[in-house]
Design a binder for this molecule. Sequence first.
Ligand SMILES: Cc1ncc(COP(=O)(O)O)c(C=O)c1O
Length: 418
Amino acid sequence: MTHSSILSDLPVLPLAESFALTEAYNLDTFPKKVNLGQGVYRDEECQPWILPSVRSAEEFLHRQHLNHEYLPIPGAAEFTKEARNLLFSPQLAQNENITSVQTVAGTGANHLAALFCARYLRPKHVFISDPTWDNHHLIWETAGPDIKRKLYPYYDPLTRSLNFDGMIAELENSAEENDVVILHACAHNPTGIDPTHTQWEKIADIVAKKRLFVVFDSAYQGFASGDLDADAWAIRYFYSRFFEGASLPISATPSGMIVCQSFSKNFGLYGERIGALHLVTPPSVSPRGAYTHLVRLIRAEISCPSLFGERCVHIILTDPELRSKWEEDVKTMASRIQRVRMSLKLELENIGAQGNWDHIERQIGMFSYTGLSKTQVRRLKDVHHVYMLENGRMSLSGLNGKNVAYVARAIKDVVDRD
Ligand SMILES: Cc1ncc(COP(=O)(O)O)c(C=O)c1O
């Protein structure tokens, strides 16, 4: 006799889309298949790229015969200091109201941010861009089930540009004091569209007016422009405006800010799961108190973070030769993506694919939000073996000189059918 369990009725859930696509792609035996699904960098040969700076750091670390002891609960302090410098600039990062902990990549940082907010900030709503990286929803659903998730408009499909007025209006009309707003620091996933500096200033106005708590998600520093400082502009602007010095009246100071930082993409350390969370506190909050609460959450969740990624990132950021090699590596990745972006657009125009493809060139970062419909995306996969997300997001690094013409012809076939 079998006893039923409360777990017996659990349905089988689908795998996250980008991982499911990669599984399907790996099983596909068609020789010309192309994977434009997962947000990972690939070189001209369609292979994972171990950054030369990372390779040198690995070799150096290997020669040191380092031990495998536990790290402290908040991670390696020398690593989190460098991570903070990279995002905030060494000058701003000295301020004591930024406290940093090591995380399990960008996902772990986002998850810890959600846990921290759910437990200690207790906002009524979290505002998430529409569209966004799909994991934002799952993370906040699981870590903060009592916080209502709301979408703010971000993308205008008609103009294929930022729906700035819609975004501001939604925050103006629906956000309440202490609500969380998640902002992509640069190279927005999936749209490849970032606010201009003037628009960031206006977003900061509404954050101040409504006293919102900003969670910046920085997963692509270096990929928007190839320049690490330029890509951190919005974070530094918000920090300087709200938290540097104590000159603002309390009514215009947000209750804090968190920055989630990933090193998966800009160091190519995807599987090493290395990232950081930076908590910025206003003068009325003790940074030490807030920090100890973060540490407690980490202790319960992972006890302490892992070693290899932090060692690798730390040595690269602090050794002048490795650092300049790495900055070149980041430029190499950003410029190759830029080149294939241009080739795809030109190829589509040259073969006369129906429609206007200027947006592919205008968008920035790792992705193109192509505007292709679900049906078109499905046909691309089923007929042409070209894999991309159903929302039309294409990870451009899967393109190269050998397959761009094939992909353009496949796109022409699916758009010309409508
Ligand atoms: C917007 C955004 N945030 C965070 C992440 C998390 O990256 P990871 O956990 O691999 O560092 C990603 C990855 O695709 C992303 O696109």
